[in-house]
Design a protein around this ligand. Structure first.
Ligand code: ZN
Length: 289
């Protein structure tokens, strides 16, 4: 009931820190992985705990699971923020250890079912067994609990978290997870690296970031898919950067449809992601009219 009851004990915080977790408030922790600097989230209630993105394969998921168990022995529910292998390839390991479901957005689950296998090469350097599809815990495991248009509340026991989708952005099935003033944003935000535009919807992504800014003082800590936790000022900066970059892209495409790649050097995301952004703005802009 009171605040004291929901705040973890100092003993628990110390044990979690020793296992590699950073405490971010609201009974929530974040664990940064070496390979893709991907973030795993952990939210602990009185009766169950939620794990957000188990990692890029069994090599990453095994120590992640051990780190989870250093904090809590409660039943676990898993979340996949979106359909990129560095976030969901760890599903099989967690399923083998016992979880009571994997939540994702409907579109993400469809994408994993359709193209999950073809993403294996992504982890060839850090998860060779997963890349080869050979060995223990290397199956592509599909989410079985789906979020559609409406937010879903999950009661972890005296601590309610909300799963929701704000529209297409980094992918067409990005799921956000909020616990009070803490928000896990998946790859809608990346810290220390440019956003990944490969299968993104840039103009809609900008709207999603705009919505996050509009609900302003709701969130004080935002966990990006990769890198350090950020605040709303970071989201505001990313929103304006993307807005300006999209304007530059549409201008370049309108002026020089035959070679709009000339805009790459003036875009703020480095040559690879700037090229992806241009291509995605070009591919998706017709849908907006
Ligand atoms: Zn991603």
């Amino acid at each position: 009931m009171g605040m004291q009851e929901t705040e973890p004990t100092q003993e628990l915080k110390t044990a979690a820190e020793a296992a590699g977790w950073e405490y971010i408030g609201e009974r929530s922790w974040v664990l940064v992985h070496a390979g893709f600097t991907m973030n795993t989230g952990l939210i602990v209630g009185d009766e169950r705990a939620l794990v957000i993105d188990p990692g890029a394969g069994p090599r990453e998921a095994a120590p992640t699971y051990a780190a989870v168990r250093a904090v809590t022995n409660l039943p676990l529910t898993l979340i996949n923020t979106h359909a990129h292998g560095d976030h969901f390839f760890g599903n099989d390991y967690f399923r083998a250890k016992g979880i009571d479901g994997i939540w994702a957005h409907l579109r993400a689950a469809e994408e994993i079912a359709l193209n999950g296998e073809s993403q294996r090469a992504l982890v060839v350097d850090t998860e060779p067994e997963m890349a080869a599809g050979r060995g223990d815990y290397t199956e592509i495991v599909l989410p079985d609990s789906l979020v559609r248009d409406h937010p879903v509340d999950i009661d972890l026991g005296n601590h309610v978290v909300t799963l929701f989708h704000l529209g297409r952005g980094h992918t067409d099935g990005d799921l956000l997870v909020s616990a009070g003033s803490v928000l896990f944003a998946g790859d809608l935000l990346e810290q220390g690296a440019p956003p990944s535009f490969e299968d993104s919807f840039p103009m809609e992504w900008q709207k999603v970031l705009g919505k996050l800014i509009a609900i302003d003082d709701l969130y004080t800590v935002i966990v990006p898919g990769h890198g350090d936790p950020v605040d709303l000022a970071f989201v505001r900066t990313e929103f304006h950067k993307l807005r300006q970059a999209i304007l530059t892209c549409t201008g370049a495409i309108q002026e020089q449809a035959d070679d709009f790649t000339k805009a790459i050097p003036v875009l703020p995301y480095g040559p690879i992601q700037s090229r992806h952004l241009l291509n995605r703005v070009n591919a998706t802009r017709a849908q907006l009219r």
